[in-house]
Design a binder for this molecule. Structure first.
Ligand code: AMP
Length: 396
């Protein structure tokens, strides 16, 4: 793997694609800076070598032109604090002024460019735009795992302008190594925990995992499609009516492949999708009309946590219920605790990004699991066996 450890950046300008797509409140305060801190090791290594750092990122979903609320200038003060040094800002990511600023950088200095997505060309993967960006650095570093599944100008297309000077940053390298560890080096018993809203988002991963795991736990909204497919009454719980056959075939496949498939047997149900709803317990195949399952129930928690605690490798993607509401967070929290216990006993636990990472953070367990991925979609696609454009572009 071509990582930044293989070269010295002394006297060079490193153009680094980072994922600084952080949430901001209405006063432009950063409410979660994980994505910024995750890129610090790469930035610091290059500065320590005596290189200059030019950072480029997207922020939010601008409509293709400059928008104040999506300006990366809001990140400058916090980035300067994190690095303990001045951060220069260019209010465009290409053009004469940005180029002049990048050329004026001295050894150990940092420049942050304005939002890449102020140009439609970024998401289109436009080659001319990528070439203009490429002028800003001598060496290209990709450390943006969260967007590695996109063939955008700054994440993939740009790499062709650095045929002999393109590298993975530490975050990218770490993400790939941890995903590989789970996919191809899992110590058994290997348990995958799948949850979240829809089975359709995760079918490909579930099918692939059936060839690898010992235990497959399915919870969250997606479990009701399985309950319905098996003839249960699920009230108005979440269901994908066109995926009932698929659910049955996954159950069959698990049997054939001798995978221990655990589906919830009971649920916490509610008469409303709200934290103020009336709640009750129910068997998963017998949910009252007009009620919906919003969390796994105590029997399911007991069965799931036992399996998780005895595992040596754990992959978790998707919450067990609507953990954002206190009334329905119990199942997700209990699973998180079981993952932490298994990790304490020596298991390797990889938490998929997105909602699972948010859940682990909500319960303050981020430092007690082995690795929390910064990529939601990117991690899913990598684990499904797809070649990520951002990874391919460096490897080619
Ligand atoms: P995903 O993005 O597919 O991982 O789905 C995560 C979302 O699924 C979270 O916002 C949860 O609130 C939601 N979710 C989990 N369980 C349920 C459920 N039983 N009913 C409705 N939504 C759920």
């Amino acid at each position: 793997m071509k990582t930044i450890d293989q070269i010295s950046f002394s006297g060079k300008r490193a153009l680094i694609r980072v994922d600084f797509n952080v949430p901001l409140d209405k006063d432009y305060n950063i409410t979660d800076d994980n994505r910024m801190t995750a890129a610090l090791p790469t930035i610091k290594k290059i500065l320590k070598d005596g290189g200059a750092v030019i950072l480029m990122s997207h922020l939010g979903r601008p409509k293709g032109g400059p928008e104040e609320k999506y300006s990366l200038k809001h990140l400058v003060p916090h980035l300067a604090d994190l690095l303990g040094q001045h951060v220069e800002f260019a209010d465009d990511c290409i053009g004469a002024a940005a180029l002049a600023k990048s050329k004026a950088l001295g050894s150990g200095e940092v420049l942050l460019l304005e939002n890449l997505r102020f140009y439609k060309e970024e998401e289109k993967g436009d080659k001319d735009f990528a070439e203009k960006l490429s002028k800003l650095g001598d060496i290209y570093v990709n450390d943006a795992f969260g967007t590695a599944h996109r063939a955008h100008a700054s994440t993939a297309v740009i790499a062709q302008f650095f045929p002999n000077a393109k590298f993975f940053g530490y975050l990218m390298a770490g993400e790939l190594a941890n995903a590989e560890k789970v996919l191809n080096g899992a110590v058994k018993p290997f348990t995958a925990i799948m949850g979240g809203a829809k089975v359709s988002d995760k079918i490909e991963l579930i099918e692939r995992l059936l060839d690898k795991v010992d235990n497959l736990i399915i919870g969250g909204g997606m479990a009701y499609t399985f309950a319905k497919a098996q003839g249960g009454n699920i009230g108005k719980s979440l269901v994908e009516a066109d995926k009932l056959d698929l659910a049955l075939s996954l159950i069959e496949k698990a049997k054939t492949k001798h995978v221990n498939l655990l589906l919830p047997t009971d649920s916490i149900i509610a008469d409303n999708f709200s934290n103020d709803a009336n709640t009750d317990k129910a068997q998963n195949d017998n949910i009252k009309d007009g009620w919906m399952g919003l969390d796994i129930g105590p029997d399911s928690i007991a069965a799931f946590t036992k399996v998780v605690e005895d595992s040596k490798t754990i992959l978790w993607n998707g919450p067990m219920g609507v953990f954002e509401m206190e009334k329905f967070e119990t199942g997700t929290k209990a699973i998180a605790e079981a993952v932490v216990k298994a990790t304490e006993k020596g298991a390797f636990s990889l938490i998929g990004g997105g909602d699972s990472a948010a859940a682990v953070a909500k319960f303050n367990f981020t430092d007690e699991v082995s690795y929390v991925s910064t990529g939601g979609g990117a991690l899913l696609e990598y684990m499904e066996g797809k070649e990520l454009p951002g990874v391919k572009a460096i490897n080619d």
